[in-house]
Unconditional design. Structure first.
Length: 172
């Protein structure tokens, strides 16, 4: 059994793209525990809802992007997913008011971190919306909670094919 799988489908027709990706994920034989996804902004809400509906027990996190990348190629319209099936424990939380006061929600990070138990082999994945100018405040919030734990944080800002347009991040 594969531990993880990267799947990709490019195209504009959202139900066809989703069904192709779902078929590739399901070929892993078990339900994934974690799904990380990227898609075009136009179909993002659809993909986020369909992934959660198809895999309700998985932690599902994603963001919009200008270009959907995969080892199979790239596209400006489509869906790229990494599905992790085994040997992983996931928790999650949300920071709100990222442009002004994400530190008010630091307890959400602390709660998620503490739910894991031992921080051995642990990392944090974060996505922020773009154009909010909150990326540095979000990283400061993670630093305030995770300093002295040895846990690293990685991630990035959501993207869009239209300059200055809202971008989106989805969690479950």
């Amino acid at each position: 059994m594969e531990r993880s799988k990267n799947v990709f489908c490019k195209g504009r027709e959202k139900s066809g793209v989703f069904n192709s990706v779902k078929s590739q994920i399901d070929s892993g034989g078990t339900c994934p525990q974690l799904i990380i996804f990227f898609s075009d902004i136009e179909n993002f809400s659809y993909y986020a809802a369909e992934l959660k509906k198809a895999y309700p027990s998985a932690v599902t996190i994603g963001s919009t992007t200008y270009t959907v990348f995969s080892s199979a190629g790239y596209a400006h319209e489509g869906l790229s997913v990494m599905a992790v099936y085994s040997r992983i424990s996931c928790t999650c939380g949300i920071l709100l008011e990222i442009a002004s006061h994400p530190l008010k929600y630091a307890e959400n990070v602390r709660t998620a971190f503490n739910a894991l138990g031992k921080p051995e082999n642990t990392c944090c994945l974060e996505f922020t919306t773009a154009f909010s100018k909150g990326e540095e405040l979000v990283l400061d919030t993670f630093k305030s909670v995770l300093e002295n734990t040895g846990v690293s944080v990685f991630g990035g800002s959501a993207g869009s094919n239209l300059p200055g347009i809202l971008t989106f991040v989805s969690l479950n």
